[in-house]
Structure formats: structure tokens, C-alpha cells
Ligand binder design. Sequence first.
Ligand SMILES: [Zn+2]
Length: 405
Amino acid sequence: MIQQDRLKKRMLEMAEIGKTPNGGVTRLALSEENRQGRELLMQWMKEIGLAVRYDDFGNIIGRLEGSDPDAAVVMAGSHIDSVPKGGKFDGVLGVLGALEVVETIRGQGIDHRNPIEVVAFTNEEGARFTPQMLGSGAVTGEFSKAYTYARTDWDGFRFEEELQKIGFVGAEENRPKNVETFIEMHIEQGPTLEVNDETVGVVTGIAGFTWLEVTVHGDSNHSGTTPMSYRKDSLVTASGVIRALSDWANGKPDGVVATVGKIKTSPDIINAVPGETTFTIDIRCPDEDQFDAYFAEVHELIRRVVSEDELTCTIDEIKTHPPVVFSERVVGTIDEVCRDLEVSYRSMASGAGHDAMYMHNIADTAMIFVPSINGKSHCEEEETRWEDIEQGVNVLYEAIVRLSQ
Ligand SMILES: [Zn+2]
């Protein structure tokens, strides 16, 4: 099985790059810290004896040849960029866990037919260049090269020049190809595994989502002189929508969530009735069959609440992505491994997007989750117990061995 000490040492060494005072990391995509992390990863890949390459989006791939060089690739990995003041496990575990798996396979001389590749995708977080998962999206047909290269950060720096600046513009022919299977290991980033005292989440898919921007149109007027019965207060109506939306999601099965994270009133002053209120809605649903119906229910709910108050609204759809259902073959293998290794596990959907979401476009894909202490991530307090990491990476190891033979 894998060597936890070796993996832990690498994880902690990587966490030194972009280290923050409270034990987190800031290693934004294509930053100097990200470059250092990339160099370190490639150095480790070479030490293990992998053939290392990077493609025209800076995605780094280390390849261990199998007995049949023409056989399709079994790939595992994630990302090593972080959000500002993020944690040291998010993404890195999936990359260094896969590296540990490959080193173990090599070290033990395990025969495998398929080539095994370890990948670190560029700009997964979307914290510097939006949208998220640019590197995996670009190599799987989700985003064009022109679109990807033209993304800019908050200072106006373009993805293309920043990639050049850190020296990671590789050849197009280096992109992932002939990938049959992809597994991404990741921290859960939620409380479910810890609360249920389970070690591994076998991830069956990724929740679909829709992002809306709703504007409620009322009447702006003087706050002191407009009697209550004369008002068309857009914020009061918006708050009715927000409450109804939360109640709606509460009444749905687990995994259906609704969030209003951003709100703005106009004229946004203390002594005026808000004439217009604009807010965002983020709805997620893992169930393929219900996704469209739920989407319609939310639209109907917004219009009903607004019209009851005799106001009007406009609803703009920012982005929608249907639920992703992972490969039965790969999910089934991970399930079987968990039973054989007697690891406590549950099947679950991911509420968050991951590189696996786009890799699903080109390969049979699944994910493995390990618990997040207190369900926390994207913060310096992000932690996972090393015992859980060991068991999770052993599951990854055994799954990769079975899938590459
Ligand atoms: Zn991540």
C-alpha cells in the first residue's frame, strides 16, 4: 500500500510555497508561487521516473508507461492553484495522492497494461481568471483556446501572457489524449463524511447548477413622506423571494441548495424606498431527472411572490450546467475497492465543480472524497486527518491498479 509519510512530507513541502501566517496557502494560478509549485511538482515527477510534459494551457502531465504503450491512458490528478488564503489540501491532495500511487506502483513493480498519467490542471479555482476550471475545460472542448487565452485577472493581465511569463506554454500535442479513465481525489469541502463518521466518499456525479440574476422593479420614493400603503418597495419583495426560495430548497431532498450571495438596491441610500433590487441566485441539484423541473419551479416561485406584491421583475440566466453523472464502470470499481479494503464509505454527489466535471466530457470519470474537518475549505483552517488521507489514497491506489490492468 502507499507510504503515508512520503506523501505527507510532499504535501507539507508544497504547503511551504505561498504559505500564509495561519497555516494556509496563497498560490494563485500563474503567479510566481504557482510557478514554484509547478517546478517542484515536475521535479518530483522526474525523480520518480515519469515522462513529464505540459500543454499549451500549462496543464502538467507525468506519464508512467505500461506494458502496452498504445493502450488508452488511466489518469488521476487535480490542481495545485489555490484561492487567496486557501488551504493546503484543496487540489494538491489529488495531484500528490496520484503521484504517491504511481510511485508505489513503480516501487512495487506492479504490472500494468495501460499507461498511467498524473495531471495538474491550470487555474481550477477561478480565483484569478474566471471562470473556474479553465485548464481542464480548454482541453475537453468546453472553452476555445482564444477564449481561454483572453481571460484577464483583476489587474487586466491576460492568461496567455501570464502563462508565458512563468514559462509554461507547452505544445498543443501535449494535451491529455486517448484518456479512457480519469479519477480525481479531493477533500470533500463539506461536513457529510465527518458527521457520518465515514472515511471515503465515492462520488457518483456533480450537481448541476443554475446562476440567475433577478431584478425586482418597484417605485423609489421619499422614506419619510410615502405612507406604507402607497409603497412599491422592491427590497421588501426581494426579501419575500429570498425567504420563499430558502423554504423551497429546505423542502427538497438532500443536495438541493439555493443561495442568494449578492444583493444591490437602488438608489442605495438611507432615506429612500428602494425602487430596484438586484440579487443573484445559485441553485444546485444533483438529480438529473429533476433538474429541469426544479429550474421551472424556481422561476414560477419568483414570479408568484413578485406578482403577489403587484411588482414586476426580470430574470437573467447567467449560466446553467446540467448535473454530471459519472461512469458506472469507474464508480463501481471504487465501490468494490472500498468494500475489499473495508473502508467505511458512502456514495455521494459533489455540490462543487471540479476538473472531473469537464474530464467527464472525454473520459470515464469518477471522484474520491476524504473528510474535511468541520467541513471547512477555501480557508486557512482547511484540514483533513492524515489517517483519512492514507485510507483514501489507498483506495485510489487500488482502483488505479485494477483499472490499468
Ligand atoms: Zn479543488
